[in-house]
Design a protein around this ligand. Structure first.
Ligand code: XIL
Length: 471
């Protein structure tokens, strides 16, 4: 892969998890927080996947089917990750080695492993100039166009209902300052090849999010501007696109751009999700760890950044192993970069509001003086962060005198309020009376201990207490 230099580094601001009650007066709306919330180790994720899930995001890795018999590899995979991307097994050369003869053996192994272990799957990639089978490389014109459409349709149909998001088209734009499409056999079939691929994918699997994925688009530059214009055009014309993937392969020649977060945000503002799809950062020690932390915090600060995938597990699994760009060393030990990522995920688990947040300085309050509830069951106390037109509500679920292994919190939203995003709980709906259930990892709470979930919405949010019951 040829790479051009990206811009210099910067330090995107993290948005800290709210740990205190807030008293806010914004644009005439005065809101007083109902209770105090305090950080609790019960709500800090101890693995990448559980820490990301605290804010409703996923943490994934590229997986190679042939490594699923390596127990160290699988041990880390199953412990740490809740999303997988087949590294090569879903590419055109792997899935359709001869025209119209499909081979899903290795990709199916990865999908089965994911499903058996509660992980979701990013499909990668349906239409791409690279890793095409020989027969496709030698096609052109209408024959190639119909072969591509058939490929997209067949593969997306085979995996219908099993894919969280598809990289429908990969790397279709040229590097450098032109903003042009990359020359390829697919591009020579006509500019509309990309939208044709997206429409075919939507028809085949209407439930999958459909992404455009590329590299050297991580900061604002001519190439990302061209992708931006395409997404804007697709949204305007109703071409089905749901997300943009940012590969994020970084090294000293192509560092984390200083405007990484701003670039993710401008795409999100077009009405698509953004995902970090192939993250790896060459280097070692503190420098590498800091760069990883910055990338994670940038995603956490963009509410439509739905998850992060690293491109392999151990350094030795990497497609560029000599740069030691991953989170685990060749023996499977956690590197400083791992700790940096985990800390960033745990420290910034609150999605920011999609409308302007309050600009007043939060008032600090004393730590809670109320003793934990006695008796059975659980209690739910709400802390509201309200601004003009939107809100974030944090719900602290506290166990009574006995341990609990699952909880339900029921609360009623004021009229006109709609939830747009929930983290660390499963909501039953978005308006009116909503039932929030624990996720797998945060159902168990020791006596007197607590965990926290939250949701963001438009309108006026709820405050006070909520009905909590044990499941
Ligand atoms: C890479 C794989 O990691 C390698 O195993 C393979 O030899 C080449 O492809 N951008 C992409 C990925 O979208 O599919 C590439 O994966 C890395 C660059």
């Amino acid at each position: 892969m040829d790479k051009v230099l990206a811009r210099g580094s910067g330090n995107p601001a993290a948005r800290p998890r709210a740990r205190t009650a807030l008293t806010l007066a914004v644009a005439g709306v005065a809101v007083v927080a109902a209770t105090v919330t305090v950080a609790s180790s019960a709500s800090a994720g101890t693995t990448l996947g559980s820490a990301a899930a605290e804010s409703g995001r996923y943490f994934g890795t590229a997986v190679a089917a042939y490594k699923l018999s390596d127990s160290t590899y699988v041990g880390i995979l199953n412990r740490e990750f809740n999303m997988v991307t087949p590294e090569n097994e879903m590419k055109w050369d792997a899935t359709e080695p001869s025209q119209n003869q499909f081979n899903y053996t290795n990709a199916d192994r990865i999908v089965s492993h994911a499903q058996a272990n509660g992980m979701r799957v990013r499909g990668h990639a349906l239409a791409w100039h690279s890793q095409q089978p020989g027969w496709a490389q030698s096609l052109s014109g209408a024959a190639l166009r119909s072969a591509m459409t058939n490929h997209v349709t067949q593969v997306a149909t085979h995996y219908k209902g099993k894919i969280y998001a598809w990289d429908v088209v990969n790397e279709a734009f040229a590097d450098g300052g032109t903003g042009a499409r990359r020359d390829s056999n697919l591009q020579r079939t006509g500019d509309d090849w990309i939208e044709v691929a997206f429409r075919a994918a939507r028809t085949a699997d209407p439930g999958a999010k459909l992404c455009y994925n590329d590299y050297n688009t991580d900061g604002q530059n001519a190439k990302s501007n061209a992708v931006y214009a395409m997404v804007q055009d697709f949204k305007a014309r109703g071409v089905p696109i749901d997300c943009v993937g940012f590969q994020s392969h970084f090294n000293s020649a192509s560092p984390v751009p200083s405007d990484y977060q701003a670039n993710l945000q401008r795409f999100a503002n077009l009405g698509v999700d953004v995902q970090i799809t192939e993250l790896d950062i060459e280097g070692s020690g503190t420098t590498q760890a800091d760069n990883y932390g910055r990338v994670v915090r940038a995603c956490l600060a963009v509410s439509r950044c739905t998850g992060i995938t690293v491109w392999g597990i151990r350094d030795s699994d990497s497609w560029r192993a000599s740069g030691t760009p991953l989170l685990f060393d060749g023996s499977g030990n956690k590197k400083p970069a791992y700790t940096s990522v985990l800390n960033a995920l745990n420290g910034g688990g609150t999605p920011p509001p999609t409308t302007a947040p309050p600009t007043t300085t939060p008032a600090t309050t004393a730590p809670p003086t109320t003793p934990p509830p006695s008796g059975n069951g659980c209690t739910g106390s709400l802390t509201l962060n309200q601004w003009q037109g939107g809100f974030v509500t944090y719900v602290r679920v506290t166990a009574g005198a006995n341990p609990i292994n699952g909880w339900n919190v029921v609360l009623t939203l004021p009229g006109g309020a709609t939830i747009t995003n929930t983290w660390s709980a499963q909501p039953s709906g978005t308006t009116g009376t909503v039932n929030f259930r624990n996720l797998d990892y945060n159902g168990s709470i020791a006596p007197g201990q607590s965990t926290e979930f939250g949701f963001q919405g438009t309108g006026v949010g709820p405050s006070g207490t909520a009905t909590c019951s044990v499941r």
